[in-house]
Design a protein around this ligand. Structure first.
Ligand code: SER
Length: 313
């Protein structure tokens, strides 16, 4: 019997585009969207609820004959610092619920970790796959604990859970929700709307980033890979481009959009300062043949096109 797919955090920045990609290719499998709030524009099957409610999740798994879960629900770094207790509860209880159900109902699971798993004591240039993990945010703490939990469920119970450490994800269809890398999305909207942007990070703060299409493709490719190729069951480093706010502003100007930028760093600066500037993702490239397609200029072009399209709606 064909099994269906559940996406949690379905209407967030990554979920909304992942759902579209899954619907396009999943044939007759149904995609069930789960989130805490309804997206009135969503036409598919959705369930609204709390990710800490395990019995609700169990009912969804049974009722909709779920075989695969993309578990994306998470409080991100900046909102997590404003409410660390909630970040722990949502991020950790949510993941444990999904892993427990995966064990019980033999579900295959994708769960994203993040560059936030790294911290001040991690080498910041070309950060290796296996390195020091001492994050300074609650979000990062939940990512490290989550990675270990995934590995534990794989080793102990055979749960086929796969993970990547997403860099900052850049997209235009849905805004990111409360991360430190969000400036790299906001800047496009402001550049087109007003030609001016006030950046909450310093001009020379380099961070690893990725265009949404690459992030979605990585997610699908790691899930499609032969299980024997998935040698890392914590989470794979994943990289595409790295840039600073100043470099991004230059690339936007080069693409023909005039932009004045001011820098007013806030509490997110110290979060960014504790994260890598660039990532070594050779394990992903070797094990499941990861390859990014969007460099900085291609990403800027797509973002400008997409933001203009959204504004014209
Ligand atoms: N984009 C995330 C954040 O900034 C990093 O995973 O919190």
């Amino acid at each position: 019997m064909k099994k269906n797919i559940l996406v949690t955090g379905a209407f967030g920045q990554i979920g909304s585009e992942l759902i579209a990609a899954l619907e396009k290719r999943s044939g007759k499998s149904l995609v069930v969207a789960f989130d805490k709030r309804l997206d009135p524009n969503f036409k598919g099957i959705s369930v609204i609820g709390d990710i800490t409610d395990k019995e609700l999740l169990r009912n969804i798994v049974i009722e909709h004959n779920i075989g695969t879960v993309y578990h994306l629900v998470s409080l991100l770094s900046a909102v997590g610092e404003n409410n660390p207790e909630l970040a722990w509860k949502v991020n950790m209880d949510g993941l444990r619920n999904i892993l427990d159900l995966a064990r019980e109902y033999d579900l295959k699971v994708f769960w994203p970790s993040s560059i936030a798993a790294f911290g001040k004591t991690t080498p910041r240039e070309n950060t290796p796959q296996r390195t020091v993990l001492e994050p300074g945010t609650m979000y990062g703490v939940t990512k490290v604990a989550g990675e270990l939990l995934c590995q534990y469920y794989f080793n102990k119970f055979g749960v086929d859970v796969r993970s990547v450490r997403y860099p900052g994800v850049i997209s235009w269809k849905t805004l990111p929700g409360g991360g430190t890398t969000d400036y790299a999305v906001d800047i496009f909207w402001k550049a087109i709307e007003t030609g001016e942007y006030v950046c909450f990070l310093k001009k020379d703060t380099a961070l690893p980033m990725m265009y949404i299409d690459d992030a979605i493709r990585a997610t699908l490719e790691i899930m499609d890979a032969d299980p024997k190729k998935i040698a890392i069951r914590t989470s794979y480093n994943l990289a595409a481009v790295s840039f600073t706010p100043a470099t991004l502003a230059d690339a936007i100007r080069k693409a023909g959009v005039p932009l004045k930028i001011k820098y007013l760093p806030d509490f997110r600066q110290s979060i960014a300062d504790s994260w890598p500037k660039s990532i070594d993702d050779k394990s992903a490239r070797k094990d499941w043949k990861w390859k990014h397609q969007f460099d900085l200029d291609k990403m800027v072009k797509e973002m400008l096109r997409g933001v203009r399209e959204m504004r014209a709606k």
